[in-house]
Design a protein around this ligand. Structure first.
Ligand code: HEC
Length: 133
C-alpha cells in the first residue's frame, strides 16, 4: 500500500513538473528575446530587421515589404527550420557572410538558442513592440 502511494506521488511529480519545466524554458526564451532581439524584430511588423511572424517554414530573405535584406539572404533558397535557425543564430555570418544582422543576433550557448527558438514559435504578442499604426 505504502508503495502505491509513493509511486503515485512520484508519478504526479513527474507529470506536473514537465509542463512547468517547459514553461520555464519559454519564459527564459522570452527574456532572451527582450534582451537581444526586440530592438530589431517583432512578429507583425518589420523594424530594422524583418518580421519574424510565420518564420518557421518560410524561405529566408523573402518578406515582401521588407527592403533591408543583404544579397545573401535575398538570393538564398534555404527554408527556416528549427535546425537552420539554430545554425544561423550560432554564427550568422558563417552562413551569410554579408548578413546585415551580423553578430547582433549571435548566441553561442546552445541551450539559450534552444529556449529562444522554442519561444519564437509562440509569436507572443506581449513582446510585439511595433510602432503604433
Ligand atoms: C541590430 C538589429 C538586429 C538584431 C539585434 C537582431 N537582428 Fe535578426 N535580422 C536583422 C537584420 C537587418 C536582418 C536581415 C539580415 C540580412 O538580410 O542579411 C535579420 C534577419 C533575421 C532572420 C532571417 C529572417 C528572414 O526573413 O529570412 C532571423 C531568423 C533573425 N534575424 C532572427 C533574430 C533573432 C532571433 C535575434 C535575437 C537573438 C535577432 N535576429 C537579432 C537585424 C537584427
Amino acid at each position: 500500500m505504502k508503495f502505491r502511494y509513493c509511486a503515485t506521488f512520484l508519478f504526479s511529480l513527474l507529470i506536473f513538473n514537465l509542463p512547468d519545466a517547459y514553461a520555464d524554458e519559454l519564459s527564459e526564451g522570452r527574456d532572451h528575446f527582450l534582451y537581444q532581439c526586440v530592438a530589431c524584430h517583432a512578429f507583425t511588423c518589420n523594424k530594422d530587421g524583418p518580421t519574424l511572424g510565420g518564420l518557421f517554414g518560410r524561405k529566408a530573405g523573402k518578406v515582401e515589404d521588407y527592403d533591408g535584406y543583404s544579397d545573401g539572404l535575398k538570393e538564398s533558397e534555404i527554408v527556416w527550420t528549427e535546425k537552420m535557425i539554430d545554425d544561423f543564430l550560432k554564427d550568422p555570418v558563417k552562413i551569410f557572410p554579408n548578413s546585415v544582422m551580423a553578430d547582433n543576433g549571435k548566441i553561442e550557448d546552445a541551450a539559450q538558442r534552444r529556449k529562444l527558438i522554442a519561444f519564437l514559435k509562440t509569436e507572443d504578442p506581449t513582446v510585439n513592440l511595433c510602432p503604433q499604426e
